[in-house]
Design a protein around this ligand. Structure first.
Ligand code: ADP
Length: 468
């Protein structure tokens, strides 16, 4: 069953049940009020007759009882019976007098009255209609000497109650139908945006990643639609990034491949027999293959980093790893005439993935050397507090312009392309470093000024439990 129908039925059931319960209580209340009124009226009249009878019973004027009762019964349009203490009818106000002489002790109302209690009851008498009996004791000198029973027709009351009942049923049914229509409207109103969201999700799954769902409400569904739009936007961005990445990677591979092909063709077409000429060309081919290998390795590393979201964490001496990085980069620094030094104080430990951490520091320090002129310096600093280790890598090299700075961690991002290419970079080193910092739930900040130098500030939580 669709959500629309579920909401419809739920709303309908709740509303119809409330209506039915309200109607039932309302009707019961009206019925009770009407019948109580008649009951009180009948009991008052029965008591009046009882008072009158008690005054004459057992006196010489007792002959007045019968005509008076009959006259009064006519006036109030009821039938009045007077019984003695055995329940035998002494006076029946009806002209037929067919109850006179009969014993009515089997009537619960008479029995109650002879026991001193007033009582009423309602009866549907065959062929006569609805009647209310009201019976009261007749007492004389503190002794029960008989009972008075008044039987009056309540057909008009029952008719009135029936008409009220049917009116209520019709009205409440009409309200029920109206509620049905309204609940269908409400159900559609609630579920239509969800329908649109489902359609949007289907469109998205078919690859139309820029599709936006148009839901303007501010409620939960509106929030869901917003989240959906954000998700489709992120998916679109990711897809764009992926496409750009694939195209950049292919382009980067194409360039050295084209060089290799050109070099080999020049060998094939050459008439030069000189071995040193061949060696020279093959050296170039070898250089291009080295470049390709480096690119493929970087790409593989990125792919691996994308896949592994939990690094292989170990508690290690961070300063030792940095010393290793510096040692392995000293030859490069020397060859470029750059002074590379490490300013770490004491032994600093942290829970990190040592291989990835090495790679991250290596890439940033290598950049420092690559982008610093002869005579410049690269200084690596390391310090700690209770929770974090702080790593700084500063150089006084060429610096990064304000336009390039926000993009340096993007894949294939290169500042000065010509210079970067010359230095053998593909724009992947910092992307890899950033992935590694993210993997450790760390942060990186870069300060740079063109012509003055660059400083990378990295902070990593010392233990897994204290990560951001
Ligand atoms: P590349 O392989 O080009 O060095 P990276 O991802 O390592 O790629 O760096 C991206 C870009 O950031 C570089 O091309 C360079 O323009 C800039 N860059 C990185 N580090 C430095 C630095 N220490 N000094 C100046 N520019 C830098």
């Amino acid at each position: 069953m669709s959500l629309r129908w579920k909401i419809f039925y739920l709303y309908l059931i709740v509303m119809v049940t409330s209506l039915a319960v309200t109607g039932f209580y309302l009707y019961s209340y009206i019925e009770k009020s009407y019948l109580d009124n008649v009951k009180i009226n009948n009991l008052v009249q029965a008591n009046m007759v009882s008072n009158f009878v008690s005054r004459f019973v057992g006196t010489p004027s007792s002959y007045l009882i019968e005509p008076t009762i009959s006259e009064y019964a006519k006036q109030i349009n009821a039938r009045i019976l007077f019984t003695n203490t055995d329940g035998k009818v002494i006076v029946d106000s009806a002209p037929s007098k067919d109850f006179e002489g009969k014993n009515l002790l089997s009537y619960p109302d008479i029995k109650e009255a002879l026991n001193g209690k007033s009582s009423t009851s309602i009866h549907n008498i065959n062929g006569v209609g609805w009647a209310m009996y009201a019976a009261v004791p007749v007492t004389s000198k503190n002794k029960i000497v008989g009972a008075i029973l008044i039987s009056s027709s309540i057909d008009n009351v029952i008719e009135l109650l029936d008409s009220i009942k049917y009116r209520m049923i019709y009205t409440f049914s009409a309200i029920g139908v109206l509620i049905g229509i309204v609940s269908l409207g409400i159900a559609s109103f609630i579920t239509n945006p969800l329908k649109r969201l489902t359609e949007a999700a289907n469109i998205l799954s078919q690859g139309k990643l820029d599709y936006k769902v148009d839901v303007k409400s501010k409620d939960e569904i509106g929030k869901l639609a917003n989240a959906f739009n954000k998700m489709s936007f992120s998916l679109m961005k990711l897809d764009e990034e992926r496409k750009r990445f694939v195209s950049d990677a292919s382009h980067e591979l194409k360039t050295p491949l084209a060089s290799v092909k050109a070099l080999i063709e020049s060998l094939i077409n050459s008439r030069n027999q000189d071995i040193s000429f061949y060696k020279e060309i093959l050296k170039d081919v070898n250089g291009e293959i080295d470049r390709m290998t480096k690119l493929v390795n970087d790409l593989l590393e990125l792919a691996r980093l994308d896949k592994i979201k939990s690094p292989r964490i170990k508690k290690v001496e961070v300063s030792e790893i940095i010393e290793e990085v510096v040692e392995s980069l000293v030859p490069l620094a020397r060859s470029k005439g750059v002074n590379l030094s490490f300013n770490g104080k004491g032994r600093i430990f942290a829970e990190i993935d040592p291989d990835r951490f090495y790679r991250m520091v290596y890439n940033i320090v290598e950049n420092g050397i690559k982008y610093t002129h002869e005579g410049g310096y690269v200084i690596v600093g390391l310090y700690e507090d209770e929770e974090k280790v702080y790593l700084t890598i500063s150089d006084n090299g060429i610096g990064i312009s304000d336009e390039v700075l926000p993009k340096i961690f993007d894949r294939f991002a290169r500042g000065d392309t010509a210079r970067s290419k010359k230095s053998g970079g593909f724009g992947l080193g910092l992307a890899i470093a950033k992935e590694i910092i993210d993997m450790h739930e760390g942060r990186v900040n870069v300060k740079s000024k063109v012509g003055e130098g660059t400083t990378f500030e990295i902070e990593l939580p010392k233990s897994k439990g204290k990560r951001y």
